[in-house]
Ligand binder design. Structure first.
Ligand SMILES: NC(=O)c1ccc[n+]([C@@H]2O[C@H](COP(=O)([O-])OP(=O)(O)OC[C@H]3O[C@@H](n4cnc5c(N)ncnc54)[C@H](OP(=O)(O)O)[C@@H]3O)[C@@H](O)[C@H]2O)c1
Length: 301
């Protein structure tokens, strides 16, 4: 598996990352999850994406328990996690309303809890999960500088930020943000056209693409768009010598010059292995734009 520096000052990620959002639904034992992690690492998938809230605040600890069975794996992987959303859950009785919280106090407390749950002493990357309308950029920067200085977090990024929101936070930091994790897929192209990916190229940072298969809709969705896209992915897969639609959908992301890191959501190790085949596919410009047109429902202007 290819590795790339996601920004000029690092860190280095696997070209495709694995997302842990659904991991509480996989119903794996600790030993099974450990085996999933070990096999992924053997194949070169080293970047694991988390958030404090996944599984109503349970997924980080599920992963941490597996990692604790073999702590030597920690330095062979990159751990990304997020903070800034408050969910109402019995696991956080202090949360009384679904809201955002990017206060200094919350960022520090949430990160320390993530470290404890993940059973690690440091995070490779911490992301602010969603743009918070009450975000005080100076206050966030102070929290991030503190976490950086303490060695608890090596790098920082954002998620679902507009370029303007990204620039605002960056303007208060004395180190560069390393990614913006946003939705990008053959079914969701807004971020291709709203300046998000242009900003990533400008700053030479790789965006991370969440829900690269539309949360599974490219396989099963029945809307007109989903059917059009699936048919086109199939046709192009045949033209490429029998590639499957998941591989073509990933190759479409990988072709983008901003060097998108797709974040897979599967808990099926065979699907992880299969996805790696996308790295061997080279779409032509025509094939890329045929998928774009199938998604948009029209040709480019
Ligand atoms: N920053 C954010 O705001 C944000 C938001 C959402 C997600 N994320 C991150 O992005 C990651 C990926 O999101 P996602 O889970 O929506 O990604 P996804 O890869 O688009 O969707 C995953 C779903 O597709 C199914 N699937 C995958 N490959 C398949 C195949 N070959 N055939 C049939 N079904 C298949 C999976 O089921 P199986 O498990 O059965 O394979 C799973 O239900 C998350 O884990 C999280 O880390 C971030």
């Amino acid at each position: 598996m290819q590795r790339i520096k996601i920004s000029t000052e690092g860190p280095e990620f696997s070209r495709i990352a694995l997302g842990m959002w659904r991991s509480n639904e996989w119903k794996m034992s600790t030993a099974e999850l450990l085996a999933f992690i070990e096999k992924s690492l053997e194949m070169g998938f080293t970047t694991f994406d988390h958030a404090d809230i996944y599984g109503l605040y349970t997924c980080e600890a599920i992963f941490g328990n597996a990692l604790a069975q073999n702590p030597s794996l920690r330095d062979k992987m990159e751990i990304v996690t997020k903070c800034g959303i408050n969910l109402v859950s019995e696991n956080r009785p202090e949360n009384t309303f679904h809201s955002y919280n990017t206060s200094h106090k919350h960022i520090i407390k949430s990160t320390e809890k993530s470290l404890e749950n993940l059973q690690t002493s440091y995070l490779d990357v911490l992301l602010i999960h969603r743009p918070d309308p009450l975000m005080d950029a100076d206050e966030v920067a102070e929290a991030l500088h503190h976490l950086h200085k303490s060695g608890k977090v090596k790098h920082f990024g954002v998620s679902n930020f507009t370029p303007f929101q990204f620039d605002l936070l960056q303007s208060r930091l004395n180190f560069p943000l390393v990614t913006n994790q946003v939705e990008i897929s053959v079914l969701f192209m807004d971020t291709l056209h709203d300046g998000t990916l242009d900003q990533c190229q400008q700053k030479r940072i790789s965006p991370m693409a969440w829900s690269p298969f539309g949360g599974g809709r490219i396989f099963t969705g029945n809307s007109e768009q989903e059917q059009r896209v699936r048919n086109e992915l199939k046709k192009i897969g045949e033209e490429l010598g029998g590639a499957a639609i998941d591989q073509v959908a990933l190759a479409w992301l990988l072709k983008h010059p901003s060097k998108i890191i797709p974040v897979l959501g599967t808990g099926n190790i065979d699907r992880v292995r299969h996805a790696a085949g996308a790295l061997d596919l080279e779409l032509s410009r025509d094939q890329w734009f045929r998928i774009w047109s199938a998604s948009a429902g029209n040709e480019v202007p």
